[in-house]
Design a protein around this ligand. Structure first.
Ligand code: DOR
Ligand code: ZN
Length: 350
């Protein structure tokens, strides 16, 4: 008899859905597994206003189809010029749940990101006042800082002073990759949390160079050394309330990844829940997956816990080697062509 496992329907607290034809191709993978998702605003042009976020939300709902109960939770893209008034508008719009800070140049479509946090103080103060969380891509961008030190430097130089200056600002350090981030989040003041991706639980930086250069496991923040992977995985497996699920599934066309200057991003949505189930199971921590995937996120965001259930069975299935992008090119999912050991067998009414 194969083992079965049931959890309260989870949410994905960090997701890239893109737009247009690619959105239509990828959204179902998330909607079949997760009830809600925090949708990143790094489109071109970026989603900087409430009205742009609401229009994007409509496109997501259209693409997901009327039959799905999927709920996209929208975010605004913070710029040097985000007015406090836009933050107040966002805070009173339930469809918008957070604001995303991309340091300018840190990653995909971050050119309009923040060049100096001092310029954002009116917006950040409005967030602290209204309770709208700040979601952080936590890497400094100075080219002379070693890429493996960028997260730690961001915590020391930017996040710690910001968290002290605005004591009521809710902060999510997105896709943490280091022991330093785990320690900072764990020991921080109230209102600090982190999301954790499947790749940063499952892989260390050796995966980038296994037998050759592996563009499909290149993401930002980049995979780190084993001691950091261990710390991040242990934080996820702990079930502690400050750590929750965020896949950071980030599809790019195969040609844009397999390139002389390949894009960062791992398309994990096609097995977006099952990858975590495998990892938690291998660690003997399945009993803590529900906290990580379904309880901690809603508690942090002040949202209700989902009412439905997702049922899984230990059953092997194979991810396709490539998947459609809707735009003519292909997408290569995380663990393309490989066997996944847990399968979703049913989803109860939400
Ligand atoms: O690997 C990443 N891909 N990291 C990010 O921060 C952005 C994302 C994307 O949009 O492709
Ligand atoms: Zn992301």
């Amino acid at each position: 008899m194969s083992r079965t496992f049931t959890i309260i329907t989870p949410d994905d607290w960090h997701l890239h859905l893109r737009d247009g034809a690619m959105l239509a191709s990828v959204v179902g993978n998330t909607a079949r597994r997760f009830r809600r998702a925090i949708v990143m605003p790094n489109l071109t042009p970026p989603v900087t206003t409430v009205s742009a976020a609401l229009a994007y939300r409509e496109r997501i709902l259209d693409a997901a189809g009327v039959d799905t109960p999927f709920v996209p939770l929208m975010t605004l893209y913070l710029t040097d010029n985000t007015p406090a008034a836009e933050i107040h508008a966002a805070a009173s719009e339930p469809a918008v749940q957070a604001v995303k800070l991309y340091p300018a140049g840190a990653t995909t479509n971050s050119d309009s990101g923040v060049t100096d946090l001092a310029r954002c103080m009116p917006a950040l103060e409005a967030m602290a006042e209204t309770g709208l969380p700040l979601l952080v891509h936590g890497e400094v961008t100075a080219p002379d800082v070693d890429i493996f030190d960028r997260e730690r430097r961001f915590i020391d130089d930017i996040l710690e002073p910001l968290s002290q200056r605005l004591e009521s600002l809710k902060i999510v350090v997105e896709h943490i990759t280091t022991r330093d981030a785990v320690d900072w989040v764990r020991s921080g003041r109230d209102g600090i949390a982190a999301t954790i991706t499947p790749q940063h639980i499952l892989l260390n930086r050796n995966a980038l160079f296994q037998g050759g250069l592996r563009p499909h496991v290149y993401c930002l923040p980049v995979l780190k050394a084993e001691q950091h992977r261990e710390a991040v995985a242990e934080a996820a497996f702990s079930g502690e309330g400050r750590f929750f699920l965020g896949t950071d599934s980030a599809p790019h066309l195969r040609g844009d990844k397999e390139s002389a200057c390949g894009c960062a991003g791992i398309y994990s949505a096609p097995a977006g829940l099952e990858l975590y189930v495998e990892a938690f199971d291998d660690a003997g921590a399945l009993d803590r997956l529900e906290a990580f995937a379904s309880l901690n996120g809603p508690r942090f965001y002040g949202l209700p816990v989902n009412e439905g259930r997702v049922h899984l069975r230990e059953e092997h299935w194979q991810l396709p080697a490539v998947m459609p992008s809707g735009t003519g090119g292909e997408l290569v999912p995380f663990r393309a062509g490989e066997t996944i050991r847990w399968a979703i067998t049913g989803v109860d009414p939400q």
